[in-house]
Design a protein around this ligand. Sequence first.
Ligand code: GLP
Length: 260
Amino acid sequence: MEVVIVAAPSEGARLVADAIVRLVRDQDEAVIGLATGSTPEGTYAELGLRVAGGSLDPDHVRGFLLDEYVGLPEGHPASYREVIRRQVVEPLGLHPARVCGPNGLADDLPLECRRYEAAIASAGGVDLQLLGIGTDGHIGFNEPGSSLSSRTRLKTLTASTRADNRRFFGEGDEVPSHVLTQGIGTILESSHLVLMAWGSEKAAAVAAAVEGPLRALVPASAIQLHPHATVVVDEGAAGSLELASYYREVWEAKPAWQGI
Ligand code: GLP
């Protein structure tokens, strides 16, 4: 696992955007796993700049969402499909058909989860999966207690995640209690995991994920099992890492052309 400590989220966003641009250049088409929440917003903005500058061709990018709320009406501004439409599809000029997400309005949710897994597989899998981390250590919407080999399925949010995500909903609007999320086993199948975290409120979760024991109580600790996982954190989110100075030393010695 590589841990990169950056001075500011904007520097992290540039590093991650560089990796995506390189991926598209090297293999002609790239499948990106799209996370939501505040954390990847800078990366999406940076990708928009790359498209505008001509270094990234959106016709060579496909996207799969990590997760979705169950039951939010079509077009609800907090639904992840809508968030990704606003932050990725439109600014990057992606054809909407190139981005898929689990349908939280499907009549048969287990069938929808199987359909989603099949769609990811038929795209050849995810090349680079963007991840944030919940303050309770979740990735996607895999809450503490999730099986480390889980597949896309229905989950119930914890009270703390619903409180954390309250800010994305309007006044009087309920945060749904149910979601569809790629499982941890699904996430681990992507070729490269890139977990980002900004701010000291994520420090405990980041330390538990990166340096703590592998356990269902900290779903993000599953990234320790992945052969190519990169954790990009700012100073605040790196605040509880025991090996921070070693991570800095490794990064400083790495040739710049290698990127993450
Ligand atoms: C949400 C999302 C996750 C995200 C996490 C952190 O619940 N399902 O994918 O990583 O919360 O969100 P934020 O980046 O806003 O801190």
